[in-house]
Design a protein around this ligand. Structure first.
Ligand SMILES: [Zn+2]
Length: 161
């Protein structure tokens, strides 16, 4: 394989001029370079594909998910402390539920999308075939963030009491 220095197009070894821009081609790539080049391209394709999928679990989603897991654990510690001191943990049930929902939304978005499709099914026929769009993508991010935010707020206010 030969890579055009001017436009970056890949050309077969036999070509002397770039198939895209007509530039004179240099030496062909070594086997190792060619392997690296192919790996880079397939990585780019994979990234493109994933970024377009609204149900893709991004770095941000993972952070929210980890914060939610910590939130569940902290809540459970408070539940145990309350048990020891004979206090009620009712105020902690809500944040635990919110954190668990946020964990699901962050790490397994396909579950909430399936539920959303069932909901949409009441309004339109063929909702089963729907693909999540950009609006759903942003709703998902905002929902996750709100769940975590409200959960943390409830825990902090219950601690201050
Ligand atoms: Zn070229």
């Amino acid at each position: 394989m030969k890579i055009c220095e001017k436009c970056g197009a890949s050309n077969s070894d036999a070509r002397r001029f770039c198939i895209d821009c007509g530039e004179i081609l240099g030496e062909k790539l070594s086997d190792f370079q060619e392997k690296q080049y192919r790996e880079k391209i397939s990585e780019q394709i994979e990234n493109m594909y994933n970024k377009k999928d609204p149900l893709y679990v991004s770095f941000y989603d993972k952070i929210i998910g980890v914060i939610s897991i910590i939130g569940v654990m902290v809540s459970l510690v408070f539940v145990v402390i309350n048990l020891i001191f004979g206090k009620s943990s009712q105020a902690l049930m809500m944040p635990i539920l919110l954190f668990v929902l946020a964990v699901v939304e962050a790490f397994v978005p396909k579950i909430t999308w399936s539920i959303e499709k069932i909901r949409l099914g009441f309004y339109a026929n063929g909702a089963d075939e729907l693909e999540p769009g950009q609006i759903y993508f942003w709703c998902r991010k905002i929902t996750m963030t709100l769940l975590v935010f409200v959960g943390i707020t409830i825990i902090i206010t219950s601690c201050l009491q």
